[in-house]
Each structure stands twice: as structure tokens, then as C-alpha cells.
Write a new protein. Structure first.
Length: 158
């Protein structure tokens, strides 16, 4: 986006997002069009046949393409909205090669929400010494107006 072309370096990312999206649609039942069905890949079987019809396969393929395209468009939108910050991070990567949380905080600022539970990284930073203290700190931050987590949205009366 920043240089106006898609690089071959994104191939691995594209492969991962494609596999994850197929899993969401065909294995975990997240697609309304496919429905609450699960077609896990059989790794221990020598069968080449898929456990669904060619029509269902076409629906799965179409749904995956739509989801990946929608995610791509949203990603482009976010990058364009935050182009300066993305450029700053790219510059930092050229200088340092590896970025840490503190580097990202300097460029991006604090996250717009606090997690309802301590993250593994929070625990790691504290050396896993006192999980109770980590939990207490996180709860206190939430109670002090840390905002709602996307995992625990605020309930608004209707």
C-alpha cells in the first residue's frame, strides 16, 4: 500500500489467512451461508472425496473469497487511515529489525481498551510471580474506567 504494489513477501500471510478462513467457514460453522456444519479435513484417511457436494464446495469457496476480500479491503482502509504511523513503524523496523511493545507504544500509543483478564504477555512481564496481583491490577484498571473489552461488551438496555 505504501509503495503501491503487492509484494511476494505476503505469500505466507495470504496462505495463513486462507487456511484460517476455510477453517472458520467449513470446520467451525461461522458462515451463515454454509450453516452450522463442520467438515474437518481428514489427515489420517486416504480418501480423496470431500464430505460435501460440489455445490456446497462452491458455496464454501465463494464465502472464503468474500471474507478474505473483505478483510483485505478493511486492512487497506486501516493502513491508509494510519499511514503516518505505519510509515513510522516501517522506519523503526529498518533501524531495529525487531520491535518490542515499548516501541509500538511510542508510535501507536496505548490500546483503546483494557483486556478483562491479564494477557500472557502481562504475566510474562511480571515474571509469572504473582498472578493474583496481575488479576487484581487488571480488575482495578477496568473499574477505574479502562473501558470495555471487545470480549466483554457493555450491555446497553433496549
Amino acid at each position: 500500500v505504501l509503495i503501491g504494489t503487492i509484494s511476494t513477501g505476503a505469500q505466507n500471510d495470504l496462505e495463513k489467512v486462507t487456511k484460517m478462513t476455510y477453517a472458520q467457514v467449513a470446520v467451525y460453522g461461522f458462515s451463515e451461508k454454509v450453516g452450522l456444519l463442520s467438515f474437518p479435513q481428514r489427515e489420517d484417511s486416504f480418501e480423496m472425496a470431500k464430505p460435501y457436494s460440489s455445490k456446497t464446495g462452491a458455496i464454501i469457496d465463494t464465502e472464503v473469497r468474500e471474507w478474505v476480500n473483505k478483510a483485505y479491503e478493511r486492512t487497506i482502509q486501516l493502513i491508509e487511515e494510519h499511514k503516518e504511523k505505519v510509515a513510522q513503524i516501517a522506519e523503526l523496523l529498518l533501524q531495529k529489525e525487531v520491535l518490542h511493545q515499548e516501541d509500538l507504544l511510542r508510535v501507536l500509543g496505548e490500546r483503546p481498551f483494557k483486556s478483562a483478564e491479564p494477557t500472557h504477555y502481562d504475566k510474562f512481564k511480571l515474571g509469572f510471580q504473582d498472578e493474583e496481583k496481575v488479576i487484581e491490577t487488571t480488575v482495578n484498571e477496568l473499574e477505574d474506567g479502562g473501558g470495555s473489552s471487545p470480549l466483554e461488551p457493555e450491555v446497553v438496555p433496549t
